[in-house]
Design a protein around this ligand. Structure first.
Ligand SMILES: [Zn+2]
Length: 461
């Protein structure tokens, strides 16, 4: 009997298809069976909290969830893509110690948390500053950063009435940068040059020396993105980069406001728990994704799919490297790892439960399929998260301890996505053959379930 590709091999193949071709995965079943709108406000807060917990560089991820019941009190769970160091754990504790301290006035809480976040999220903030500065560097070829092209009238409105945002910005910059009477475009040009001087693409940020400067910059970015005029006059990519830097201020306000909702009795029960992720593991993808795709096509009774078929059907995005990898390291994605850990507590019940999972970055397509699969197998458990950007990660690892029925359904879902690629290519190819009969397919599925059990990839909770 032919052995079918495994879940990691199929996930890897779908990820590579999205990377090398103009392929996007099918609309996720997630949007049909879960209802994020009901949890919009809570999710927004959790997403912000997740941003504050993202202390590492661009690859770092944090997922956060919370529950509040009279019996269990206020419980907050978080998981990162790696086990937290003592320093990271202490930082999380400090966030809540400050946010829930009844002795501290609100402005002091805000300032203390801002300082704490700037000192602990160095890598993430530096990365965002660098991205904004390289965008500015590209735009600086035109002396006005493209501002004038977008709104020539504003430039001449030097004496226009200042907005509340103008006034707020003035609190965080030197007086000569934004004197009374000068316009927003005039300020922006000066401020962008100063931004490039301070945070140019080659700059390294010296902490704590530049911490105050960075804090002020994050405040200014916030008032710029909420300014009614900024979006109209800035390049969209630059505006997006400033938006990313602007997230820290509302993130801190959200955490303070959220903790302020609870009375002292509830706050006294607050328990913050890290769900430690499983270690990474490696998987053999020998023969690369084209061979895995070919193997899956043959396994389902179709004719193999070639690079040429894929180019015809989807179009190429980028060329292959000199050699494709044979072995990849799989990573636990914190969002679905945390979702499984929390959902497991309710597998044995039938009481409807909603779990909100906050992430600073929207979950990838495979994670969302996984959440939908948990809901499919345990319909009383609804998992809400931020809507997906349909990105597919090639190194997705199914969370260890996934129940067998979830793993099997997940395999079917991923297989369906791969099958539609094969069908699309087949309909464009003269070499199309009839697929396997239903009996032959059921036989192959049985084989998959048996190896799934053998390898303990999927276990009953
Ligand atoms: Zn993911």
């Amino acid at each position: 009997m032919m052995s079918p590709p495994t879940i990691p091999q199929i996930s890897y193949t779908l990820g590579q298809l999205a990377f090398y071709y103009k392929y996007s995965p099918p609309t996720t079943a997630w949007s049909q069976c879960l209802s994020p709108l009901e949890s919009k406000s809570d999710l927004r807060i959790l997403n912000f909290l997740s941003l504050l917990l993202t202390t590492g560089g661009p690859a770092d991820r944090a997922a956060v969830s919370f529950s509040y019941t009279k019996d269990m009190g206020l419980q907050l769970f978080y998981s990162k893509c790696h086990p937290c160091s003592n320093e990271e754990t202490y930082y999380v504790t400090q966030i809540f110690a400050i946010a829930t301290n009844p002795q501290l006035p609100l402005p002091v809480k805000h300032n203390d948390l801002f300082h704490l976040a700037v000192m602990n999220c160095k890598a993430k903030i530096s990365s965002r500053l660098h991205k904004a500065s390289s965008c500015l560097k590209d735009l600086s070829i035109r002396k006005d950063f493209g501002i004038l092209d977008r709104n020539s009238e504003l430039e001449h409105e030097s004496n226009s009435k200042p907005t509340p945002c103008d006034e707020y910005i003035r609190r965080y910059v030197d007086p000569e940068m934004f004197p009374n009477g000068s316009s927003l475009p005039q300020f922006l040009k000066k401020w962008f040059y100063s931004f490039l001087d301070t945070f140019g693409p080659d700059s390294s940020f010296v902490y704590p020396f530049q911490a105050i400067n960075i804090t002020r910059t994050l405040h200014v970015c916030y008032f710029l993105v909420v300014h009614p005029e900024t979006r109209k006059i800035l390049d969209p990519d630059l505006y997006y980069r400033l938006q990313k830097l602007a997230e820290y201020r509302p993130a801190i306000a959200a955490v303070i406001g959220w903790m302020g909702r609870f009375d002292s009795e509830a706050l006294s029960t607050l328990k913050v728990t890290e769900i430690v992720p499983s270690p990474t593991s490696s998987v053999d993808v020998s023969g690369n994704f084209l061979q895995i795709l070919d193997k899956y096509a043959r396994y389902t009774g179709s004719v193999g799919v070639t690079d040429k078929d894929l180019c015809t059907s989807y179009g190429r995005m980028r060329s292959f490297p000199v050699s494709l990898e044979n072995k990849i390291t799989l990573h636990s994605h914190s969002g679905c790892f945390l979702a499984l850990a929390l959902a497991k507590r309710f597998f044995a019940t039938t009481i409807p439960i909603v779990l909100n999972i906050g992430c600073a970055k929207p979950m990838c397509w495979i994670c969302l399929e996984y959440l939908a699969t948990i809901h499919h197998c345990y319909p009383h458990i609804t998992i809400c998260t931020t809507p997906n950007n349909r990105r597919i990660n090639s190194t997705w690892m199914i969370p260890p301890g996934t129940p067998c029925e979830v793993a099997t359904t997940m395999y079917e879902r991923l297989g369906t996505a791969l099958n539609s690629v094969i069908t699309t290519c087949g309909s464009n190819s003269e070499r199309w053959h009839n697929p396997l009969s239903e009996t032959e397919f059921a036989d192959s599925m049985q084989y998959w379930i048996s190896i799934c059990k053998d390898r303990r990839l999927a276990m009953k909770p």
